[in-house]
Design a protein around this ligand. Structure first.
Ligand code: ADP
Length: 613
C-alpha cells in the first residue's frame, strides 16, 4: 500500500521491492507513533504564536457568564410561583427574568460564534503565513501536500476549540456554580446530591476525554496523510493513466480510505457508543437518586414543596450543564491533539523576511563568486557540494553542466538563498548574499524551471505572476511576440483573458515554458536562472527557447543549467561540476582541451545524437 506522509515515504524508499505492503504498513504505524508525540505545552505554544482576538474572546466570556447567572435564577423564580401568589408583580418578575435570560442567551450565542469564526480565521491565516515562510528544511522533512489539512481541518478545529475552552466551558462552569449557590439558599442538605453528580461527571471527563484526545490526534494525522496522498495523485492523474496504473492506484486509494475508516470507526462508533451510554446512565442515576433524596427530605420534613420543586429543576439543570461540559471537553481534548501538528509547523525555522530582515537592501551589481562553497542537506549527511569556487561574470551567459546528481540544482538553490552554504560563501560585488535582504535579493533573480508551473487563472495572470507593477496591454503583446506566443493568443476568443484549465494543463510544455520566460522578461531582474529550460521539449521548440534566452537577455547575468551541450557551447562561460566538486571552468573550446569530464560529456552526447541511443 502507498504510504502516506514524508517520513513514511523515506522508509518506503528503503523498503526494497518484495511484498512491501505489510512491511510498509508496519513502518506506517511506527511513523504514526513517532509523529503523534504530543508535547504537553504544545497547546500554549500554539496559543502564544497565533494572533487570536483575545478582546473578543473575553467579551464573549463576560456576556456568557452574565447570561449563566441570569439563567440560574429562572428555576428559583418559577419555583416561587408554587406558593400560589400570582400577583402581577410576581408574574412580571418571572417574565422579566425569562426575557432577560433569553435575550442574553441570544447575544452571548452571537458573540461566541463570532469569536469562534474570528479565531478560526486567525488560526488559518497564521498557519498559512507560517507555511509560506518556513525554511526549505521544513519542506524537506514534511510532505507538503499533507499540510493541506493543517490549513483546512486543523486550523478550523483549533480556532473553534479555543473558544469552547475559554468561553463555552467557563460560562457553563459559572452556570453550574450559580445553580449551586441558588440551591444553597434552599437547603444545604439538598446539595448533598452533588456528592454523586460531581464524581460521575469527573470520571467521564478524565477517562473519556483522554481517549477522545488520542483518537482525535490519530484522526488528524490520518486525514492529513490521506489528503496529501490524494492531492499528489490528483495532480498526476495523466501520469497514472499513461502508465496504465489505474488499477493499482484504485487499490491504493481504497486501502487508504479503509485505513481512515478504521480510525473513524474507533472514533465515531466505539467512542461515541461509550459516550452516549455513559451520558444516559448518569442522567438516569442522577434523576432517580435526586427524586429519592428529595422525596426523603420532604417526607421527613427537612424541606418544603417549593424547595423540592426548585431542587428538581436545579438538578436537571446541573446535570444538563455537566453533560454539555463533558461533550465540549471532548472537543477540547480533540483540538489539543491538533495542537501537536500546528506546534511542529510554528516551531519550524522560518526565513527572516519583512521588517525583521535587516539585510542589505541596496545590492550591488557585479560578478557572482562562489568561494570554497560546501553544502550538506542535513547536519549528518555527506556534503553534496565540496570546495566549489567559480566566478559568474556580470552581464554574460554562464552555463553549469555536469552529470545528473552532481549538485547543479543545489548550487542554484544556494544562489536563490533557499538554503545557506554550510561552508564558504557566495558573493555579488563584495557583498555576501547571505547578508542581503532576502526579498531584495530574490527580486534581483528570475528563476525558470524545467516544465514551469502555471497556476489556474487567466493567461494575463500567468504572464504577470510575481510582476509587481502594472503591465500595459502593449507591453504584454510585445513580450508575447518576443516569445513567439502572440499568434496563438490572438486566435483565442478572450485573448490574454482566456481562462487556463487546471494548473495550465491546456497549454503545451513549450507554451508553459515560454510564459515562464515572458514572466522573467516582465520582472526585469538582473540575474536570470534557467534550470534545464529545454529538457522536456521537442528539438524545434527547444531551439526556439534557446534562441530567446540567448537573444532577449543580452546584457543580463544569465545562468543556465542544461544537459544539452550544443546549447551550452554558446555560453560565454561554462562551469563543470561532478559529484559535488569543481572540474573546471572556461569556454567550450578551453574545456574541450582541459577538462576530461566536459570532454566526455560532449563525446557521449554526440554519440547518442548520431546513433540515437
Ligand atoms: P543535479 O541538479 O546535478 O542533478 P542535485 O543538486 O539535484 O543534482 O542533487 C545533488 C545531490 O543532492 C543528489 O545526490 C541528490 O540526491 C541530493 N539532494 C537533492 N535535493 C536534496 C534534498 N532536498 N535533501 C537531501 N538530498 C538532496
Amino acid at each position: 500500500m502507498k504510504q502516506f506522509g514524508y517520513r513514511s515515504m523515506q522508509k518506503q524508499q528503503n523498503a526494497k521491492n518484495g511484498n512491501g505492503m505489510e512491511e510498509k504498513m508496519k513502518q506506517k504505524n511506527e511513523t504514526g507513533k513517532k509523529k503523534g508525540k504530543t508535547k504537553k505545552n504544545d497547546f500554549f505554544f500554539v496559543c502564544k504564536h497565533i494572533r487570536f482576538s483575545w478582546g473578543l474572546i473575553i467579551l464573549a466570556l463576560v456576556i456568557g457568564s452574565v447570561q449563566s447567572i441570569v439563567t440560574s435564577m429562572v428555576p428559583d423564580a418559577t419555583a416561587n410561583l408554587f406558593d400560589g401568589d400570582f400577583s402581577t408583580g410576581k408574574l412580571l418578575g418571572v417574565a422579566q427574568t425569562l426575557a432577560i435570560s433569553l435575550v442574553l442567551g441570544l447575544v452571548s450565542y452571537v458573540f461566541r460564534v463570532f469569536a469562534e469564526s474570528k479565531s478560526v480565521l486567525a488560526a488559518r491565516t497564521s498557519v498559512w503565513e507560517r507555511m509560506i515562510n518556513a525554511k526549505m528544511e521544513y519542506y524537506d522533512a514534511n510532505d507538503p501536500a499533507s499540510r493541506l489539512s493543517m490549513v483546512t481541518v486543523d486550523a478550523q478545529t483549533f480556532g473553534a476549540g479555543l473558544v469552547q475552552l475559554f468561553v463555552y466551558i467557563p460560562t457553563m462552569v459559572v452556570l453550574l456554580l450559580s445553580c449551586v449557590v441558588q440551591l444553597l439558599g434552599y437547603s444545604s442538605k439538598l446539595l448533598m446530591i452533588l456528592w454523586l453528580l460531581v464524581p460521575m461527571h469527573l470520571i467521564y471527563i478524565f477517562f473519556v476525554g483522554r481517549w477522545q484526545q488520542r483518537l482525535g490526534k490519530d484522526l488528524a494525522w490520518q486525514i492529513g496523510d490521506l489528503t496529501g496522498y490524494l492531492a499528489e495523485r490528483i495532480r498526476n492523474l495523466p501520469m497514472i493513466k499513461s502508465f496504465a496504473a489505474e488499477e493499482k492506484e484504485d487499490k491504493n486509494g481504497v486501502e487508504a480510505a479503509g485505513k481512515l475508516f478504521q480510525v473513524y470507526k474507533r472514533y465515531n462508533v466505539y467512542l461515541q457508543a461509550v459516550i452516549h451510554s455513559y451520558q444516559s446512565l448518569t442522567a438516569m442515576i442522577s434523576t432517580v437518586v435526586s427524586v429519592l433524596w428529595g422525596a426523603y427530605l420532604l417526607k421527613t420534613g427537612q424541606t418544603d414543596i417549593t424547595s423540592f420543586l426548585a431542587f428538581s429543576m436545579y438538578v436537571a439543570s446541573i446535570n444538563a450543564t455537566f453533560l454539555v461540559i463533558s461533550i465540549v471537553w471532548g472537543f477540547v481534548k480533540d483540538f489539543q491533539g491538533r495542537a501537536n501538528r500546528l506546534a511542529r509547523l510554528i516551531e519550524a525555522p522560518a526565513e527572516t523576511t519583512g521588517k525583521m530582515d535587516s539585510g542589505k537592501v541596496d545590492i550591488p551589481d557585479g560578478d557572482i563568486c562562489a568561494e570554497k562553497v560546501e553544502f550538506r542537506y542535513q547536519e549528518n549527511d555527506k556534503p553534496v557540494l565540496k570546495d566549489i569556487s567559480f566566478v559568474i561574470p556580470r552581464g554574460k551567459v554562464t552555463a553549469i553542466v555536469g552529470p545528473s546528481g552532481s549538485g547543479k540544482t543545489t548550487l542554484i538553490k544556494l544562489l536563490e538563498r533557499l538554503y545557506s552554504p554550510t561552508g564558504g560563501r557566495i558573493t555579488i560585488g563584495d557583498v555576501d548574499i547571505e547578508e542581503t535582504n532576502i526579498e531584495s535579493w530574490r527580486r534581483k533573480l528570475s528563476y525558470v524551471v524545467q516544465d514551469a508551473g502555471v497556476f489556474s487563472g487567466t493567461l494575463r495572470q500567468a504572464f504577470c505572476y510575481s510582476v509587481e507593477r502594472e503591465v500595459s496591454e502593449e507591453e504584454l503583446i510585445r513580450v508575447a511576440e518576443k516569445i513567439d506566443l502572440y499568434d496563438y493568443i490572438r486566435t483565442l476568443p478572450d485573448g490574454f483573458d482566456t481562462l487556463l484549465a487546471n494548473w495550465g494543463s491546456s497549454l503545451s510544455g513549450g507554451q508553459r515554458q515560454r510564459i515562464a520566460i515572458a514572466r522573467a522578461m516582465l520582472r526585469s531582474s538582473d540575474i536570470l536562472i534557467f534550470d534545464e529550460p529545454t529538457s522536456a521539449l521537442d528539438p524545434e521548440t527547444a531551439n526556439a527557447i534557446c534562441r530567446i534566452i540567448f537573444e532577449e537577455f543580452q546584457g543580463k547575468t544569465v545562468i543556465i543549467i542544461s544537459h544539452e551541450l550544443h546549447y551550452v557551447a554558446q555560453a560565454d562561460k561554462i562551469v563543470v561540476v561532478n559529484q559535488g566538486r569543481m572540474e573546471g571552468s572556461g569556454s567550450h573550446d578551453e574545456l574541450m582541451q582541459a577538462c576530461r569530464v566536459y570532454h566526455d560529456l560532449v563525446q557521449e552526447q554526440s554519440y547518442k545524437e548520431v546513433f540515437s541511443v
